[in-house]
Design a protein around this ligand. Structure first.
Ligand code: GTP
Length: 603
């Protein structure tokens, strides 16, 4: 297909507005995937994604489409992950496209994630084609939503596509719009090769498989290439297109999208955003926008059974081959023993990795029970000797007398809400140390609120609170903006007189008393009674600022069972045994997993 008949596009949408369903319809309509093969959604191919119903990892598909003008076109659909943790990957896949379908649910309207994605697409100069989805729903309000798109985003909606991905309506129109409204790639095939990697994953047979867009020049099987940012060199074993299964080809030209494999050992060597060029005729400059993404959230992962330590190390190592953003290093502490401190892009990324570890072990018929400590952001501190330290764990913080300050990451938080909940959300942001930036009435019924707010406040239960204070109608997005010095203190927890390092938190001085008190109360509730009295204290330095105590109690689960129902007794005993599994011994006290996460729920 000549370059003027190639279209590279992605679909951007708020979660659940129908991106995957529409993608499936496009694949079906173009005969790329047969209906009988469309078991579940093709674009959402990962189990964990399916379970959670959200798209995380990218998948591309090349479709062949004969348009109404009688010409055959190659349409490359590049899927984008739909979550704020993966904004960098989204931006790289957007920059591999010339256009984007903007899918908006006709019964909902413009949401925070819609906006965030649209701004990213506009930054990358994409042509945006709006698609109003779910027009079949009785609650659809196409006119209101069209007004929102016009007023908020400033898009011309006079020829907006009205679709129902579920019923297969508006699909042909969408394909025509891709052909007619999205520009073809520039023809720069004569320039030295520059190809942008927008996704890479590990495959046991081929090594790392990178998906890329040829921006300039051409690339062939057998070429020796250089990754311009990491400097690594490889000879290409295989290149091809995803149609949607891997189909090898000999050469790919400027404007095309494909994959490459070269027995690359780890995704760290072929990073998303890197530029591939030829060794024998290299490009002068790499493509813009490469970033070495840094973890924003850390937590400790500890096996409940110390014998599983090596297993956990192996599992993490394996995941890292496939996940350049995952970091881990060994950690030891008094309470938890040996484990790892792991860094993630955000809370969803953290959850995914944990699920992957457990899932991978289950497949190998191992049982790996993990205890996770509460996630914390990456603080920085300036020591008395003028050194800046990165603090991934509250336990790494130098003593108060040895440091000058502590700084924390801030984000710009954007919330989109029906106007009636503005008051509730203002209050929420204010309680979480948010600093009001602006409020914009999008339409007469919807408003965006913008705050500068510490990331630490957002990674706790902020999203849940936002949902509950807006009856589920508000949405949010955030972007890291930098570090700020604040009045932060280390709040330490002592259980039975022993410091429980994994429960320590860094918090604002003004919130320390409240947090300490709530944390003690929560722990009292979560830690089962023991044979002896267990004091729980929250301290700053040597000063105890809050305390509680768990009264001694002898737990006899069978006392509840009168009569001789043996199966019920067994069940109860089993339940008690299961509950014990995910416990950690802190000194003489057994502490359940939930306690380590208590700090997330106390605001
Ligand atoms: P993420 O993968 O999380 O980004 O969501 P998504 O945008 O891909 O949404 P998805 O395609 O999974 O659709 C979400 C839900 O909306 C599913 O239950 C779909 O069946 C439903 N849905 C999608 N399109 C339509 C439509 O046109 N009409 C109706 N009534 N439901 C639809």
């Amino acid at each position: 297909v000549p370059v003027d008949r190639i279209r590279n596009f992605c679909i951007i949408a708020h979660i659940d507005h129908g991106k995957s369903t529409l993608a499936d319809q496009l694949l079906l309509k173009t005969g790329t995937v047969a209906a009988r093969d469309m078991i579940d959604q093709f674009m959402d191919s990962n189990d964990i994604e399916r379970e959670r119903g959200i798209t995380i990892k990218l998948n591309t598909a090349r479709m062949k489409y004969t348009a109404q003008d009688g010409q055959l076109y190659a349409l490359n659909l590049i899927d984008t992950p739909g979550h704020v943790d993966f904004t960098y990957e989204v931006s790289r896949s957007l920059s591999s496209c010339e256009g984007a379908l903007l899918v908006v649910d006709a019964s909902q309207g413009v949401e925070a994630q819609t906006l965030a994605n649209v701004w990213l697409a506009l930054e990358n100069d994409l042509e945006i084609v709006p698609v109003l989805n779910k027009i079949d729903l009785p609650g659809a309000e196409p006119e209101r939503v069209i007004r929102e798109i016009e007023e908020i985003i400033g898009l011309d909606c006079s020829n907006i596509i009205r679709a129902s991905a579920k019923m297969g309506l508006g699909i042909e129109e969408t394909l025509e719009a891709v052909v007619q409204r999205i520009p073809p790639p520039n023809n720069t095939v004569k320039d030295p090769l520059r190809a942008l990697i927008f996704d890479s994953y590990y495959d046991a047979y081929r090594g790392v498989v990178c998906q890329f867009r040829v921006v300039d020049g051409q690339v062939a099987k057998g070429d020796t290439v250089v990754m311009m940012n990491t400097g690594k060199e490889y000879t290409l074993d295989e290149i091809g297109v995803l149609a949607p299964v891997k189909t090898p080809v000999d050469t790919l030209y400027a404007g095309e999208v494909g994959y490459l494999a070269a027995q690359i050992k780890s995704v760290l060597d072929a990073r998303v955003g890197d530029t591939v060029t030829l060794k024998k005729n290299p490009a002068a400059d790499a493509l813009e926008g490469y970033e070495d993404v840094q973890p924003m959230v850390y937590c400790g992962l500890f096996p409940t059974d110390a014998d599983d330590y090596q297993d956990l190390r192996e599992a993490l190592g394996k995941l890292q081959l496939n996940d350049a953003a995952l970091k881990f290093e060994p950690e030891v502490n008094n309470a938890m023993g040996f484990g790892f401190r792991c860094g993630f892009l955000g809370l969803l990324h953290m959850e995914i990795v944990q699920m992957e570890i457990v899932q991978e072990r289950l497949e190998r018929e191992y049982n790996l029970d993990l205890v996770t400590t509460a996630p914390t952001v990456v603080y920085k501190t300036l020591t008395n000797t003028g050194e800046e330290l990165t603090v991934n764990s509250p336990g790494d913080l130098p003593e108060a007398t040895k440091r000058q300050n502590i700084s924390e990451p801030y984000v710009r938080l954007e919330m989109v809400t029906p106007t009636e909940y503005v008051g509730n959300l203002m209050e929420l942001a204010n309680n979480r140390r948010g600093e009001f930036v602006e409020m914009k009435y999008l339409t007469d019924s919807r408003t965006t609120l913008v705050f500068n707010i510490p990331l630490a406040e957002v990674v706790t239960d902020y999203f849940d609170q936002l949902k509950s204070r807006s009856k589920g109608y508000a949405s949010m997005e955030y972007k890291i903006t930098g570090y700020r010095v604040n009045e932060l203190v280390l709040l330490e927890i002592k259980i039975n007189g022993e410091p429980a390092e994994p429960l320590s938190v860094i918090c604002h001085r003004d919130h320390a008393y409240r947090t300490g008190k709530a944390l003690c109360a929560k722990l009292k509730e979560l830690i089962p009674r023991q044979m002896f009295r267990v004091p729980i204290q929250a301290c700053i330095g040597a000063k105890v600022i809050a305390s509680e105590a768990i009264a001694p109690y002898r737990k006899d689960v069978l006392a509840k069972c009168y009569g001789g129902d043996i199966s019920r007794k067994k069940k109860l005993l089993q339940k008690q045994a299961d509950g014990k599994k995910r416990m950690k011994q802190l000194g003489k006290v057994e502490v359940p997993q939930a306690a380590f996460m208590a700090v997330l729920k106390i605001n």
